[in-house]
Design a protein around this ligand. Structure first.
Ligand SMILES: [Ca+2]
Length: 209
């Protein structure tokens, strides 16, 4: 008797609301893993070390050199003897959601430096990536995927070093604008079912450039 008093469309409406809620929940679940993994860029150095970073270098470094600056007023000047390094250290951190170690580097008046970049996990150096020879008086952008440094998706990343890589004293080089970038989450494209194709290998009928 009560059912008979309900509007005839009530059952259909409730069903539609349930379907919409279920779809929203599914979309949330579908998007959440990628969204949760994304991180904003983590600054390491611009005109000084960012919070949480310490200078653990065993090369001679000036963290506020005004001789060269890619941005702002200062960069890090590095006078590296054989195999010595600019080393920047952070308390053990999780790199899930981070993508690359990026920085700008300048070979200074002389140039020619060949260097090796290594991440550290629990302060232990990992296999290195070679960079250089650096160009004199030229800022170059370097970006190295954390995966190439054996430091992606680890929970014990403790920083990195940029090391003289030939066994000889290197001319002074300069490093600025060091950032560990947040990775861009990979979200698959929605299916085209029901959509209107504009272009695949050529414009579809009715569309013009
Ligand atoms: Ca700077």
């Amino acid at each position: 008797m009560i059912l008979a008093l309900l509007p005839p469309c009530r059952g259909a409406l409730v069903g539609r609301r349930f379907s919409l809620a279920a779809a929203l929940l599914l979309a949330f679940v579908w998007l959440s893993p990628a969204s949760a993994r994304a991180q904003t860029d983590l600054p390491v150095y611009d005109d000084g070390l960012a919070a949480g970073w310490e200078n653990w270098s065993w090369a001679s470094v000036d963290l506020a050199s005004t001789a060269y600056a890619h941005d702002g007023a200062t960069s890090i000047a590095v006078d590296a003897g054989a195999w010595s390094a600019l080393s920047l250290r952070h308390a053990p951190m999780d790199t899930t959601g981070y993508g690359k170690l990026t920085f700008w580097i300048n070979g200074g008046p002389v140039g020619g430096q060949r260097l090796m970049v290594s991440a550290t996990l629990n302060d232990a150096g990992q296999p290195s990536v070679a960079i250089g020879p650096l160009a004199a008086d030229t800022w170059q952008f370097v970006e190295i995927p954390l995966a190439s440094l054996s430091a992606d998706d680890v929970d014990n990343f403790t920083g990195f070093w940029i090391q003289e890589g030939t066994g000889n004293t290197a001319p002074t080089f300069y490093v600025d604008d060091i950032v560990i970038t947040g990775s861009v989450p990979t979200i698959p494209a929605p299916p085209l079912d029901g959509g209107m194709p504009l272009y695949d290998d050529a414009f579809t009928s009715g569309w013009q450039n």
